[in-house]
Design a protein around this ligand. Sequence first.
Ligand SMILES: [Zn+2]
Length: 372
Amino acid sequence: MQFKDIIRQDAVKKNLIQTVVTDRISHAQLFHGKLGYGSFALALAYAQYIFCSQKTPEDSCGECASCLKIGQLSHPDVHFSFPVQLEAKKKTSDDFLPSWREMIHRSPYASEQDWYHHTGNENKKGLIGVDESKRIAEKISLKSYEGGYKVSVFWLAENMNAAAANKLLKLIEEPPEKTLIFLVAESIESILPTILSRTQLTKIGPLSDSQVVEGLVNKMGASEQRATEIASYVNGDFSAALNELEMGEEKSFYFDNFVSWMRLCFKKDVAGAVKFVAEVQKMGKEKQKAFLLFVLSVFQKSLMGNFVGINHVKATEEQKKFIQNFMPYIHERNIGHLHEIMSEAYYHIDRNANAKILFLDLSFDLFKLIKK
Ligand SMILES: [Zn+2]
């Protein structure tokens, strides 16, 4: 993976390159930001840049032996750890490496949920356990194969349990020579403060809507119109954008669901809500989150429509038709409350709340809130 393959994040790239050029590479680094913003992709391109034998001031060459091996995720001195769904005989990332590699090859922006989907078990969260930390400690205490650095990359380091984290802390405190540890994390609340304080932080923020469009059009060949529509509700998360794109050009899945939901909320249709909620539960966690963001974005567009007129709202023609009728029901007296319940719902879904209960509660709130 070369820096040029990653959508934007120009300032981050520049800083990372600078550490190599000036020979100030920290031995423990934290890449904090969603995978869909490019946090892992950047860590990988950085490792490749460090190893590349023909690097330029802008990028790795992409062609030398090191670049090729890292590109295939099979460099003997670059190790990957990621959350796994433990089984009796499968306890470390090595046991799942071919499958994980396959997913990353398809998309270096792949999300945690993509990973569980890929393993065929979406309902169980993975873990980086103590066996994994032991394995890494062993690997990096050996001499490097090629005489240079040894790098250990933790994909979603926040999924480390306490025993693994303590073992890792020891490695960070007393690192073997020429060892680099890169932690990639979407959230840092559950990472040991003692680890945080010993790592160099690189923060990676969301892409702008236009950068998401650029990525979808240039990398995926999406139409400008479809890309713009998707970018308007994925909040700068390219993995969410890719999932959206995969769901098909024709069907606006979230929009159709949104329309059905609002119709039954208008009618205060309890039986309809129960049925709807059962369908939502089948979506799975990531889609539920994306759906909530989508709903929120339509609320905002409706409010905007009231102020500037429907023709100035960014939406497809079909959506505009609906929003035009819907927008009298969204105004400054309910938007604050709507925003609050949607954001709260997102928070709880993200932490594995029961989707059935949550969306039913939301429906009852909407029964009361959506009115002129
Ligand atoms: Zn190279």
